[in-house]
Write a protein that binds this ligand. Sequence first.
Ligand code: G3H
Ligand code: 13P
Ligand code: ZN
Length: 323
Amino acid sequence: MPLITSKEMFKKAYEGGYAIGAFNVNNMEIIQGIVDAAKAENAPLILQVSAGARKYANATYLRKMVEAAVIDSDLPICLHLDHGDTFELCKDCIDNGFTSVMIDGSHHSFEDNIALAKRVVEYAHPRGVTVEAELGRLAGVEDDVDVSAEDASYTRPEEVIEFVTKTGVDSLAIAIGTSHGAFKFKPGTKPQLRFDILEEIASKLPNFPIVLHGASSVPQEFVTIINENGGSMPDAIGIPEDMLRQSAKLSVCKINIDSDLRLACTSAIREHFNDHPGHFDPRQYLGDARNRITEIVRHKLVNVLGCNNKADEIVAEYNKSVK
Ligand code: G3H
Ligand code: 13P
Ligand code: ZN
């Protein structure tokens, strides 16, 4: 089984009312933790690499480790560039074995976002690589924005048909109230997502895969462990799992998760050092971190994304497409 694009994954996910988990990877233990979970649940995976991950771990190391994950698991896995901000970065990934890229021009004007995404699509598609773009901007939780300013960052449904038609992108990341990081809502406020916008976009783009960034749930058990073992993360709040499940049943086919892996990792390591002050072998505490990542990813595959036991139908769809 080679690395595959997101195409077959999103087709089956849309039809089946589930979503593919897109997990950020930065080192070997994170990759192994995620892949062990997918093996246990027979689930497809998107493993995504940010510019920061490339800088930290070296793009070649990450790519080779993801290739090792494919050999080890024989699962359908897509290697995706997360938040590519230039044509050159996307091109480099396309030229070096990535099967999917995101061009994030959401900070540009509508016209410039279209032009940049179109240029990436024109390079990617002849080379068999799928492209995600973003329209609208995710809110930052720390921003003290009033409602109308906040509203302005949501994706505007009236723009999506023109954007998708003119660019030719394969999937679209939208802003409906999720945000990056572990502090997504102000304490005391009720977490809310704009399902009305999601539904309006789905009605304008039938059968078109939508992507949710900033979709970590910030499990409170991890926050408690961190805070009880020397950390300080007061008021860390994420997206309620039932909202993610609901979005996966609608047109959301890809759900991005990074912060929850960081929390799993950090809580395990803090706990390990508190429990074993004499330990100094990285395999001991990184092993705990890897196991905790596996546990949370298994939970998400089954209870949030609903993509457990979906690997086989995606492989079958892929085999049909290469015949
Ligand atoms: O959306 C951002 C991801 O969480 C990646 O974060 O740029 O720190 O690697 P990073
Ligand atoms: P979280 O910070 O909510 O995990 O979002 C990750 C993400 O969107 C990666 O692109
Ligand atoms: Zn993101």
